[in-house]
Design a protein around this ligand. Structure first.
Ligand SMILES: Cc1cc2nc3c(=O)[nH]c(=O)nc-3n(C[C@H](O)[C@H](O)[C@H](O)COP(=O)(O)OP(=O)(O)OC[C@H]3O[C@@H](n4cnc5c(N)ncnc54)[C@H](O)[C@@H]3O)c2cc1C
Length: 459
C-alpha cells in the first residue's frame, strides 16, 4: 500500500500523528506540502510568516533527503494538487492531521471528495491539541464555555497515552529515486514573496533549541511571565502554530518538571486547547461575538483613532511600545496583547474585530482560535466573561508590569531619558511624544455604558 502524508500546520516529522499512522499502515510513504494559493493570494508580499514556513519546509525536505526520500512541494489549490499526486503515484490513502478552522474544514471536505473520485481516500488524525472538539465535556455532555472548569476536566482526563510521542517507522519512506514526480521546493521569490528577517529560528531545529533554552527557566515562569521587559515566556507560539513542535512534547516537558512554574505554563497550554475547542464547537465566533447580544453594539470609535493605535502613536507609552514592537517584529508579549486590545476596545471604543484583523495580519503566531479567543476575552464579548466588565487601566498596567520602563524605552527612544516614574506618563515633560488621544477615565465610563446596554441579560 502507498500513502501520502500531507503536512499543513504540522511541519515536522517527529511525534506527528498522521505520519506515524501512515508509516504504520503503508509500505511506502511520501510526504507532501502545498503552498495553498487560496491562503497566500490575499497576503502582503512581505508577509513574515511565509519566510518562516519556507525555511521550515526547507529543513523538512533536508531531513527527508538524509533518510533517502524527499518532500513533494506544489503551489496551487490542494483540491486539484492532491488528486494529481494520488493519480501520478498510485496513492491508496492520504494522511493528514485535523485542522478545525472553517476554511480548512471546507478545503478538506473538497479534497476528500476529489480523492474519492480519484480512487483514494483522506484519513485524518488529532495532532494539534491534546484534547479536541468534544473530548472534554461538562456533566451535561456539552462543551464548556468557561476556562477554569474546562481546565479542571482537562487535567482530570489526561492519561499518559495522550502525550506519548507518535512514533513513525522511517524505513517506510518512499526512496527519492523511485519518485516519478519533479515537484520540489521553489525559492521563496518564485512563490511571489520577499525574504524577511526573523527574530526566531525556524523549523524543528529552531523549536527544539528554543524549548531546551526555555526549559532552563521554566521554574521561574510563574514569576516572570507577565513582564514584557524580561524573557519570561517560551516564545514557542510560532512553532506551535506551524507545528514545528509537537504540543505533546510541550506537555511532557511541563509534566516532567512538575514545579509550580511548569504547572502555570501547562495552564497556558490548556488555554490553547480551550480556544481550539471553542472554535470547533462554536464557529460563529469567527464572524461575531460569542455572546451574540454584544453584536448589537455600534462601536463609536473613529478611523483616525484606529490608525493611531495601529501605528503606535496613542500617547499611552505601553500601548505604543507594544504596537511598535508588533509592527517591527510580528511579535507581542501576552500581557501587552491584553493591554493593547483592551485599549482599542475600551478606550478608543473601536470594534474589536478591527483589532483582531490587524493582529491576524501582523502576528507571526497568528492562530484564528487563540487570536479570536483573546480578542473576545479582552472585549468582554466572549467565553469566560466576568460578571463585571474587565477594563485595564493602561497606566497602572504599565507601572505594574514594566516598572522600570525597560520595555517602553526599548521601543520608544524619545522616552529613554525619562525617570522610571515619568516614562509611564510623559505628558508635561519636555519630550517629542504624541498627546494622549483620549482620557482613560472618561472612555472607561463610555465603554461600560455600551457593554452594559448590550449585555443587560448578563448583569
Ligand atoms: C488579543 C490576544 C490575541 C492573541 N492572539 C494569539 C494568536 O494569534 N496566536 C497565539 O498563539 N496566541 C495568541 N494569544 C495568546 C498569547 O498571547 C500567546 O499565545 C503568547 O503570548 C505566546 O507567547 P509564548 O509562546 O511566549 O507563550 P507562553 O507563555 O510560553 O505559553 C506557551 C504556549 O501556550 C499557548 N498560550 C499561552 N497563552 C495563551 C492564551 N492566552 N490563549 C491561547 N494560547 C495560549 C501558546 O501556544 C504559547 O506558545 C493572544 C492573546 C490575546 C490577549
Amino acid at each position: 500500500m502507498n500513502a501520502l502524508c500531507w503536512v499543513r500546520r504540522d511541519l515536522r516529522l517527529e511525534d506527528h500523528a498522521a505520519f506515524s499512522a501512515a508509516t504504520e499502515a503503508a509500505d511506502r510513504v511520501v510526504v507532501g506540502f502545498v503552498f495553498d494559493t487560496r491562503i497566500l493570494d490575499p497576503l502582503p508580499r512581505d508577509d513574515r510568516r511565509i519566510t518562516f514556513i519556507h525555511r521550515s519546509i526547507e529543513e523538512l525536505d533536508a531531513r527527508l533527503k538524509e533518510r533517502g526520500s524527499r518532500l513533494l512541494v506544489a503551489v496551487g489549490d490542494p483540491i486539484d494538487i492532491l488528486p494529481r499526486w494520488v493519480s501520478a503515484l498510485g496513492i491508496d490513502a492520504v494522511y493528514a492531521n485535523h485542522d478545525d478552522e472553517p476554511y480548512a474544514q471546507q478545503r478538506d471536505d473538497e479534497v476528500a471528495r476529489n480523492l474519492k473520485v480519484a480512487g483514494s481516500r483522506l484519513e485524518t488524525f488529532k495532532d494539534h491539541v491534546i484534547f479536541e472538539r468534544r473530548e472534554v465535556l461538562n456533566q451535561a455532555g456539552e462543551p464548556f464555555r468557561v476556562y477554569t472548569p474546562y481546565s479542571r476536566a482537562w487535567r482530570a482526563r489526561l492519561q499518559i497515552d495522550d502525550v506519548n510521542p507518535r512514533v513513525a517507522d522511517e524505513d517506510r519512506l518512499w526512496p527519492s529515486d523511485q519518485l516519478p514526480l519533479g515537484d520540489a521546493l521553489p525559492p521563496l521569490e518564485a512563490i511571489g514573496f520577499a525574504e524577511r528577517d526573523l527574530w526566531l529560528e525556524s523549523g524543528t531545529s529552531g523549536a527544539k533549541s528554543r524549548l531546551s533554552d526555555f526549559t532552563k527557566s521554566l521554574d521561574a515562569y510563574g514569576k516572570n511571565r507577565d513582564f514584557p521587559g524580561l524573557e519570561g515566556t517560551s516564545g514557542l507560539s510560532v512553532h506551535l502554530r506551524f507545528g514545528t513542535l509537537s504540543i505533546r512534547e510541550c506537555v511532557r516537558t511541563a509534566l516532567r518538571h512538575g514545579s509550580s512554574g511548569a504547572d502555570t505554563w501547562l495552564s497556558e497550554l490548556i488555554w490553547r486547547d480551550f480556544y481550539q475547542m471553542i472554535l470547533a464547537n462554536f464557529p460563529h465566533v469567527v464572524d461575531g461575538a460569542f455572546k451574540s447580544e454584544f453584536d448589537r453594539i455600534d462601536w463609536p470609535g473613529t478611523e483616525a483613532h484606529f490608525k493611531r493605535w495601529c501605528e503606535g502613536t496613542t500617547g499611552y507609552p505601553l500601548v505604543d511600545a507594544a504596537m511598535q514592537c508588533l509592527n517591527a517584529t510580528g511579535w507581542m508579549h501576552n500581557r501587552l496583547r491584553m493591554v493593547a486590545a483592551s485599549f482599542l476596545v475600551k478606550d478608543l471604543l473601536v470594534d474589536w474585530r478591527h483589532g483582531e484583523a490587524y493582529f491576524a495580519e501582523k502576528l507571526l503566531d497568528f492562530d484564528l482560535a487563540s487570536n479570536n479567543g483573546g480578542w473576545q476575552w479582552c472585549a468582554s464579548t466572549g467565553v469566560d466573561a466576568q460578571p463585571t466588565y474587565r477594563i485595564f487601566n493602561p497606566i497602572l498596567q504599565s507601572r505594574k508590569f514594566d516598572p522600570d520602563g525597560t520595555f517602553i524605552r526599548r521601543w520608544i527612544p524619545e522616552l529613554r531619558h525619562l525617570s522610571n516614574d515619568e516614562v509611564h506618563w510623559p505628558h508635561g515633560c519636555m519630550v517629542d511624544y504624541p498627546h494622549p488621544v483620549v482620557e482613560h477615565g472618561k472612555q472607561r465610563e463610555l465603554a461600560l455604558a455600551l457593554l452594559r446596554s448590550a449585555g443587560q441579560a448578563d448583569q
